[in-house]
Ligand binder design. Structure first.
Ligand code: NOJ
Length: 548
């Protein structure tokens, strides 16, 4: 680990860490079954090390029927045999650590897979059994219980209740293959502590906690109805029946005790889509410690929106004593290089969630790519930690033409194609410019790669000094030398389309969201996302300047 990670002591390595998300089934495949594996990750550790990242976050690699890309976990303390073995997991973590890279794994506590032995046991044990008490089983309404216990939609589309053979219904906020656990049951609580110890004992450094805000539900009396999961309909005071209830933090306090049994303490980041003022509780030092802020990810390319996002989140992080997170892409969202090339006036959220069946908006790939390069320099210069999503370092674009019969995402199927498919950002990575599945593996790819993928391959990027890959490497290398205490200050620009901030050691970041080149402050330009034009910063570009 480099010196800067110890600015506030070794236990704080995560505060300004750069974390690279691997979606294991789409990263690199060695055994040729078309699904990425641990052997593939081990093979690519030199590549990961060459990026200069601090940690890797692995999306779920556990045994799963893949009803939701692995977020339907059948066994929390094991590995999907298509991905590898526990022994390979151990080799992988050892190799990562040898290369100075820490490891986060994904924990999915809200629901299991319907293939989990507990759910299978609940089905056979029948109503009233201790086995059913591990999940949320209820009688239906109507004369013969033929109607669901409440009018609950699921996240991905229709019903949030499914009826089993003996007539009872179980709750699932996501796909029907993802039954929700009953966290009022102590057995569930104990089992997750066991899981956390299991992976922590194997050397895991941190956890990304899936739907961290949904574990506790108020199921007394009338069961909750819900026809939308938009944040606007979620209560913001801890009284929502399904989400973000205050009692959820009692669980994370017990998790924190486990994390603190280790040296350095294990860390965690909550995926909690809650009202912004409710995030600090998840990031508390007695709880998970950090909570994702996805605010940049949902913003359009707009200087004032970026500024508001940064100002709000850094002030909040300072108040709460945590560090914030910057995220531009992940496995649930359209790749940002593509998003930034879409028309500026498009309501992207609406298109993604209600209109995916309609015509694809016009995309300017070059503009998108330039803005993506500028955006990564912007976020890397800020205090806080940064989460990359595999492939963004290649400037990779979203794949929009996956044939419906090859799609995998339950969000697409369950919404009848109204919501966009997340498969488009999960297509296996291109490593070579040609050849079998562009170097992903010898046996094809589990999602079809388009013919243009080779142009975005690692091989192609390695050979081009101006590639996005080289920009990421240069930026991360420089960042290590420049990183400083977690302070920043806006510098007035007199131009609403230009953002300029500085760090206490004289490191300035200037980003031009406008259409005309702008002057840079005096100093040495140590990096720019696009060539300067007559000494000026062009449109859709960022520069780092060290003040003289
Ligand atoms: C959030 C994950 O990021 C997403 O991929 C998944 O579908 C849901 N949680 C359900 O686990």
């Amino acid at each position: 680990m480099s010196e800067y990670t110890f600015l506030r002591g070794p236990a704080d390595w995560w505060r300004q860490a750069v974390v690279y998300q691997i979606y294991p089934r789409s990263f690199a495949d060695v055994n040729g079954d078309g699904i990425g594996d641990f052997a593939g990750i081990i093979d690519r550790i030199p590549y990961l090390a060459s990026l200069g990242i601090d940690a890797v976050w692995l999306s779920p690699f556990y045994p799963s029927d893949l009803a939701d890309g692995g977020y339907d976990v059948a066994d929390y303390r094991n590995v999907d045999p298509r991905i590898g073995t526990l022994a390979e997991f151990d080799s992988m973590i050892q190799e990562l650590h040898k290369n100075g890279i820490r490891l986060f794994v994904d924990i999915v506590p809200n629901h299991s897979s319907d293939q989990h032995e507990w759910f299978q046991a609940a089905l056979t044990a029948g109503r009233g059994s201790a086995e059913r008490e591990r999940y949320i089983f209820r009688e239906g309404k109507g004369e013969n219980g033929e109607l669901p216990p409440s009018n609950l939609v699921s996240h991905f589309g229709p019903e949030g209740w499914t009826r089993v053979e003996d007539g009872q219904w179980y709750m699932h906020l996501f796909a029907k293959e993802q039954p929700d656990f009953n966290w009022a049951n102590q057995e569930i609580r104990d089992d997750f502590l066991k899981t956390l110890r299991f992976w922590s004992d194997r050397g895991v450094d941190g956890y990304r906690v899936d739907v961290a805000h949904a574990l506790i539900k108020d199921l007394e009396g009338e069961l909750p109805d819900r026809d939308s999961y938009a944040l606007e309909v979620m209560m913001g005071d801890g009284t929502d029946k399904l989400f973000d209830r205050d009692e959820v933090h009692d669980i994370y306090k017990t998790w924190r005790k486990v994390f603190n049994e280790y040296d350095p303490p294990r860390v965690a980041v909550a995926e909690a889509w809650v009202h912004a003022h409710r995030r600090p509780a998840y990031a508390s030092a007695e709880g998970l410690g950090q909570s994702f802020n996805f605010d940049l990810l949902v913003q359009p390319w707009n200087a004032q929106k970026f500024k508001e996002t940064v100002t709000y989140n850094l002030a909040a992080a300072e108040r709460e004593g945590s560090s914030t997170t910057w995220v531009l892409s992940n496995h649930d969202n359209i790749r940002h290089a593509t998003k930034y090339g879409m028309p500026d006036n498009l309501n992207l959220h609406d298109w993604q969630h209600n209109g995916a069946k309609s015509q694809l908006p016009k995309i300017d790939l070059v503009k998108g790519a330039n803005r993506a390069r500028a955006a990564v320099m912007f976020e890397l210069a800020l205090p806080g930690s940064t989460y990359f999503y595999q492939g963004e370092e290649l400037g990779l674009h979203e794949v929009f033409d996956i044939p419906a019969d090859q799609m995998q995402d339950p969000q697409w199927f369950r919404s009848g194609g109204t919501k966009f498919t997340r498969d488009g950002c999960r297509v296996p990575l291109p490593w070579t410019s040609a050849g079998s599945s562009f170097g992903f593996g010898p046996g094809g790819a589990h999602l079809p790669q388009p013919s243009w993928f080779g142009e975005y391959s690692v091989e192609r990027a390695e050979g081009d000094v101006d590639s996005t890959l080289h920009l990421y490497r240069k930026a991360l290398k420089l960042r290590k030398t420049l990183l400083t205490i977690e302070k920043y200050e806006w510098v007035r620009t007199w131009n609403r389309n230009v953002l300029h901030f500085k760090r206490p050691n004289g490191w300035h970041c200037i980003t031009n969201f406008g259409s005309k080149p702008v002057k840079l402050p005096k100093g040495e330009v140590v990096l720019s996302s696009a060539p300067l034009v007559g000494g000026k910063l062009p449109a859709d570009a960022s520069a780092w300047v060290i003040a003289k």
